[in-house]
Design a protein around this ligand. Structure first.
Ligand SMILES: [Zn+2]
Length: 66
């Protein structure tokens, strides 16, 4: 499943988003503030992996609402 991580440039929120195609990607908004200034986070630079935690449930408050 093409799940990507994004970070909001407005509020700094990190979230995971299921993306089926690049067209849909343009319509992704921040799950926290609704802002559209988001950028894709490359997995090797994952914001969710900071802090040494082994879980991926870091700062994503709501998974599975898609
Ligand atoms: Zn935001």
């Amino acid at each position: 499943m093409p799940i990507y991580e994004y970070k909001c440039n407005n509020c700094g929120n990190c979230f995971e988003q299921l993306v089926f195609n690049s067209k849909e990607e343009k319509d992704i908004t921040c799950s926290k503030c609704g802002g559209k200034k988001i950028k894709k986070v490359i997995s090797s630079f994952s914001c969710l992996s900071q802090g040494g935690g082994s879980s991926l449930s870091g700062c994503s408050p709501k998974n599975g609402f898609s």
